[in-house]
Design a protein around this ligand. Sequence first.
Ligand SMILES: C[S@@+](CC[C@H](N)C(=O)[O-])C[C@H]1O[C@@H](n2cnc3c(N)ncnc32)[C@H](O)[C@@H]1O
Length: 200
Amino acid sequence: MSNDYFAQKAQSYGQNPDRVDNVSNIANAILEKVELNRSMHLLDFGSGTGLLLERLAPHAGKITAVDISPSMNRQLEAKRKNLGCELEILEMDLENQDLQDRFDGIISSMTMHHVRDVGAMFRRFHQHVKPGGFIAIADLDKEDGTFHTEDTGVFHFGFEQDAIAAAAREAEFSDVQVRSVSVIDTENGHYPVFLLTATA
Ligand SMILES: C[S@@+](CC[C@H](N)C(=O)[O-])C[C@H]1O[C@@H](n2cnc3c(N)ncnc32)[C@H](O)[C@@H]1O
């Protein structure tokens, strides 16, 4: 993904109540499943305007937000002073660039369907999580292609839960679990969302 596909959407992105509700459901599911603490340094992959990380920030020490989109990053920057933890924003393409740090956990919401090679991304996650750390990755179940009405750089119409779990296991994650945590209802349909959790 080399363009700012979200340039037109960034300003109003966080104002869609269905989108906000979906990310709240994902955040609540992560908090139920993973024990966070204030010493943790987390990576949010495809952080966007920060809908997910702002909910988890009061439970972490620091969050590194990685997003390729300058316009989404600007929206997140504006929230910095009201976040509950330290924030680092990195404008980069995680499909093609590595980070220096290793993290206690990686979180991500609604971004994996924008990734061309999901297996390679799980391997990259594995390199960037400390041994014993976690990943918590949420995205759409397999859909019929009607979810996106605009081109935002989509490579996958969601994922079969078994297939994405297999990709995480192939990248050497253990205790891989996938469960349904939310549903997005739009005028085009009913789109279930899963949360995959695993340990490095
Ligand atoms: C659908 S938005 C989700 C934003 C946020 N996580 C949320 O749930 O509201 C996907 C985000 O992933 C970012 N993104 C897509 N591919 C990326 C990549 N390879 N590296 C970094 N960011 C990426 C996009 O720029 C966009 O901000």
